[in-house]
Design a protein around this ligand. Sequence first.
Ligand SMILES: Nc1ncnc2c1ncn2[C@@H]1O[C@H](COP(=O)(O)OP(=O)(O)O)[C@@H](O)[C@H]1O
Ligand SMILES: [Mg+2]
Length: 288
Amino acid sequence: MVADSPAVECVDLGRVYVSRGLTGGKRETVALRDLSISVPKGMVFGLLGPNGAGKTTTVKILSTLLTPTSGFARIEGHDVVKSAGRVRERIGLILGGERGLYGRLTGYENLRYFAALNHMSPGDAKRRSEKMLELVGLADRGGTLVEQYSRGMRQRLHLARGLLCEPSVVFMDEPTIGVDPIGAQDLREMVPQLVERGMTVLLTTHYMFEADLLCDRIAIIDQGSLVALGTPREIKGQFSNMGVTEITIRVPRQGLLEEVSQMEGVLRATAGSDGLFQRIILGKYIPN
Ligand SMILES: Nc1ncnc2c1ncn2[C@@H]1O[C@H](COP(=O)(O)OP(=O)(O)O)[C@@H](O)[C@H]1O
Ligand SMILES: [Mg+2]
């Protein structure tokens, strides 16, 4: 029954990427392994995990940008592969970053353009664009060129764009990454407003505090596999003796990652880059 279906449902979802190396050899990466989750309507669901865990892969499959290699997923009862069109009518996707916005257009013009691409009538396009600018707190900056926007303002415009077609399920992939602390806080404050408007939100993050703050339920994934599922309270109870330390450095020393991963209590160390900076994340065991 489609009417009673969960907003989002993944059943044994898997994805293997096959890439060809320079020498022609094939390399397989298992990005997602038998992920099963169910998100009831009206919930904020968090997919939490370190870099490379499979978060973006999951969001891309759920938003029909990528096909799974095993298992299946449904949005409000519609299969993301077999009924991709139906799924697209229902979802809003906020990928963020610098892509997909036109710097030489104003915020308002960007929205009008995307509305036109979505075959909205000029009247609807105008009304919805204005409404969305208002919703994301950009009403007074709608006439400013996007190239003059801060990272946080761009991300809010991404959100406005994702909401233009009045989706019932919204995907946000690491919405606050690279956004300054105040901008990130502004974005976080918008999430409950989406639920108030009847939407279901699935967001990904690698910050436990963000998942804790925003989500009703959290799934933790690591290396493509589900490792924990529950309310923030349940999850924190389960991992009360785990800690995460994030270190940002400008010039990493060779071998630093190996060194810290061998320090006492460190369960795993991962490195990633965020613009100019290198980031090392340590998962630590904290003895009682
Ligand atoms: N297009 C691709 N080709 C090959 N491997 C990929 C591709 N996209 C992602 N991966 C790999 O799949 C895994 C999961 O990636 P991703 O879903 O982007 O994780 P996350 O968003 O949690 O950081 C990683 O090991 C990543 O290197
Ligand atoms: Mg990602």
